[in-house]
Design a protein around this ligand. Structure first.
Ligand code: UDP
Length: 194
């Protein structure tokens, strides 16, 4: 089937390559898409926090971020082909954005890490358009940031605020945007820039 449920969380039954294709199609059709890359910690948290579970329910796709989820799927008899991690998706989305000249907004991490991430992304994927960037330490009640992203209308928004903040932020604002892939990718900027 299209989804594999683990402790009530519906994981998309796909591999990395097919999933990138799926996201490319959403970008081409300018569809707003919320992607969660979920590890066992996220699944456990969804059991304890009903608001977080409701946030996850807003996502179009929840991918298996980590071998723990892939193993759990095998145990419940509905195997998932492979892990589809936030970091790997970030790299493949950068590659596909480079080829298609898609625009990207980088949101999250400390200012220095963010600047290094944007600089390296420009250098290694020169075909991408930088729609903008903002560090991950901002006032959640400030409406200027979501407005800035809405106005920039990026094809992809990398949200690297860490779990569970990134899902909460996307869940709180997703309906304000007209289009874009919004994907929570944890500490990926730190890894990419380091
Ligand atoms: N982070 C952020 N805003 C915050 C807290 C954290 O942007 O208010 C960033 C942090 O700088 C790091 C990323 O979120 O780049 C991941 O943080 P952490 O390792 O705590 O999250 P996890 O890997 O558990 O998702």
């Amino acid at each position: 089937s299209k989804f594999v449920h683990i402790l009530g969380v519906p994981f998309v039954n796909t591999n990395q390559k097919d999933f990138i294709n799926t996201l490319q199609n959403h970008i081409a059709r300018q569809e707003r898409t919320f992607v969660v890359t979920a590890n066992p910690e996220i699944v456990m948290h969804s059991l304890e926090d009903s608001q977080y579970k409701q946030t996850l329910a807003k996502a179009q796709y929840i991918t298996a971020d980590g071998i723990g989820i892939v193993k759990a799927a095998a145990i419940v008899g509905e195997p998932l082909p492979e892990r589809v991690s936030g970091y790997d998706l970030m790299l493949d989305l950068l590659e596909s954005a480079h080829n298609n000249h898609s625009s990207i907004f980088f949101l999250g991490a400390a200012e220095e890490v963010l600047q290094q991430t944007v600089a390296k992304a420009k250098r290694e994927y020169p075909g991408i358009k930088i729609a903008g960037s903002h560090n991950g330490f901002f006032d959640w009640h400030d409406h200027l940031l979501p407005q800035k992203i809405k106005n920039a209308a990026p094809d992809i928004v990398f949200v690297a605020l860490g779990f569970p903040r990134q899902e909460q932020w996307i869940g709180a604002h997703i309906e304000e945007f007209d289009k874009g892939i919004f994907i929570g990718i944890g500490g990926s900027f730190d890894v990419f820039s380091g």
